[in-house]
Write a protein that binds this ligand. Structure first.
Ligand SMILES: C[S@@+](CC[C@H](N)C(=O)[O-])C[C@H]1O[C@@H](n2cnc3c(N)ncnc32)[C@H](O)[C@@H]1O
Length: 221
């Protein structure tokens, strides 16, 4: 696969390296996921290393994202009839959950073309429609979103800082911004209001623990 790849090639790669499974906290949503952590991580890193592309985050349903998806499915009024942005969508789990909960429209945004492919395949798997954009959208003006979802995005310092500034700017203008986070190092220490928490079953290979406490936070305006 060359440096530039077609959507079809990216989708074929996702299909070839995953199984259709469900995440522990969100059995309603079927996703193309890595069934064994290490082989896909290594295979993908080998393939992508020279190109400076990131590891296959899209092949896992991260604990923060699972919490956010669970919350939306159990509280559909939060997104029903709303325009939703699933920022840093990964597999698309939160966006799919928002659509299943009755969102009018969902835009899933990712910088990783493989994640975009996973979002498209996973949306189809669950018979929902997502608009999928490959774009670094941090800092953008609100494009009509009522609700912005950010699942498990506080794992790198500089990235988390940029995201925090942007999400607060969106919240300050009236957007409901929800962050799902399992206690990542760079989660902001202030400006967040706790909504709900879930114990999420995880794998030791991925998280070094069997269970993570994942919290849904509302970004304070
Ligand atoms: C840990 S994963 C979380 C994925 C998903 N939200 C979940 O909870 O399962 C973080 C994702 O953020 C994406 N990402 C990182 N920087 C981004 C940016 N500037 N814009 C959009 N996505 C970004 C990565 O490609 C990766 O898929």
């Amino acid at each position: 696969m060359g440096l530039t790849r077609t959507a079809e090639e990216a989708e074929a790669f996702v299909r070839a390296n995953t199984e259709v499974l469900t995440a522990p906290l969100v059995p309603e949503v079927r996703l193309h996921l890595a069934s064994e952590v290490v082989p896909l991580w290594q295979a993908t890193e080998e393939e992508l290393a020279d190109k400076g592309l990131p590891p296959p985050f899209w092949a896992f349903a991260w604990a923060g994202g699972q919490a956010l998806a669970r919350y939306l499915l159990d509280h559909p009024e939060v997104v029903r009839g709303k325009s939703v942005l699933d920022f840093a969508a990964g597999s698309g789990l939160q966006g799919i959950a928002a659509k299943l909960a009755g969102a009018a429209s969902v835009v899933a945004v990712e910088i990783d073309p493989f994640a975009c492919a996973a979002c498209r395949l996973n949306a189809a798997e669950n018979a929902v429609t997502l608009e999928v954009l490959e774009q670094d959208i941090i800092g953008a003006e609100n494009q009509g979103w009522d609700v912005v979802l950010a699942g498990d995005v506080c794992y790198e310092g500089p990235m988390a800082e940029r995201i925090d500034v942007w999400l607060h700017a969106l919240a300050a203008k009236g957007t409901l911004v929800l962050v799902g986070d399992p206690g990542r190092t760079y989660l902001p220490k202030s400006g967040l209001e706790r909504v709900i928490a879930y114990a999420v079953k995880t794998s030791r290979e991925l998280e070094d623990t069997d269970v993570r406490n994942a919290v849904v936070w509302r970004v304070c305006p």
